[in-house]
Design a protein around this ligand. Sequence first.
Ligand SMILES: Cc1ncc(COP(=O)(O)O)c(C=O)c1O
Length: 410
Amino acid sequence: MSKKLDAAVLRQDFPILDQQIHRQKQLVYFDNGASTQRPQAVIDAMNDCYTRTYANVHRGIHWLSEQASDQYENARGVVQRLINAPHNNEVIFTAGTTLAINLVANSWGRANLGPGDEVLLTICEHHSNIVPWQQVAADVGAKVVFADVTDDGLLDLNDFKAKLGPQTKMVAFTAVSNVLGTILPVKEIIALVATVGAKTLVDAAQHVPHEPTDVQDWNADFVVFSGHKILGPSGIGVLWGRQTMLEAMPPFLGGGSMINQVTTEGFTPGELPAKFEAGTPPIVEAIGLAAAIEYVNQISLPAIAAHEKQLAGRLMERLAEIDGLKILGPSIEHRSGIVSFVVDGVSPQDLSILLDQQGFAIRVGHHCAMPLHQKLGLKSSCRASFYLYNTMKEVDAFADALAKVVKRLR
Ligand SMILES: Cc1ncc(COP(=O)(O)O)c(C=O)c1O
């Protein structure tokens, strides 16, 4: 069954958005880049598992364990179809994007990086795609290098090409900047990287929930994302990896489920995907994630992308009317539904506190992207980020409220 993208109707599926009940004011939730909200269908799917079918997976031959295992493996298939992964066992459930990147950095990185090698990132990465590489590079004697962005918020391809070379062993980059909203040319970047034979990891945390993702079309080696940014629960994320790569990599975490055999002398690792899913996995979270993806599929990702672009375009027009306000990032054609900004002489923190008092939830701070803020000469910024339940009416109300708050704070 498909659903039309009518945000005013869809938002009725999200109980938390009716905040009049809780705070006597209408919530305008523009913090979707940090985390999205859950529709009743996701809450019901998780509730149903806990109420009727919960047990540990792959560990018992009893009926409940079979039910839970079937649902857990079904969720893997739902993710596989979402990102067009060629093989089911290439989809690894992790605790989130952060853990997925740590897995690749530690497993692939420690086995393949050494002195003189470089990991090339972009300056607009989230800390979770910087720090794990810095940690591993420091241990193995490799170097982390950053490609710049241009003044208009696009990846500086000349700088990127200049920094890409035979010394580059991994290029790990975001598909969409969580601050600038820039949509990076993922396919073009991966094609460039292929010319030097390096591997690629795409941080798709801000991409998978907002537009179609096809890992085969991208031709990436690794793609990662988080469940909570696509209407799913927190505590679950996905690492997709090319099968040959994952098979060649050593396990990251050790424990139950990830082995073939354990003796007092040692162990042999299990097959994919179990090899990378040590311990009891996020069972109910996987079931919730599958329900979230099914909800998003009913609406369709191209429709969601178009809706968010309209909202972002409108907000950018309205913000341009405010004196001294600077929007970070590129023009609307290169942008997803993220609009970050600063206002001359006004603290981003003060702005967001006053807006929060009126029911507007936005993000303020460095958005886990300190190197980018340092490059921009900023300590922090405000960020409005949209999802399918946001409306044009909310954007206008936000722009009106912001204009008034700016006046008050000056
Ligand atoms: C681009 C990007 N990468 C990685 C992350 C980290 O995701 P998580 O905290 O779910 O692991 C985020 C979260 O804000 C993000 O926006």
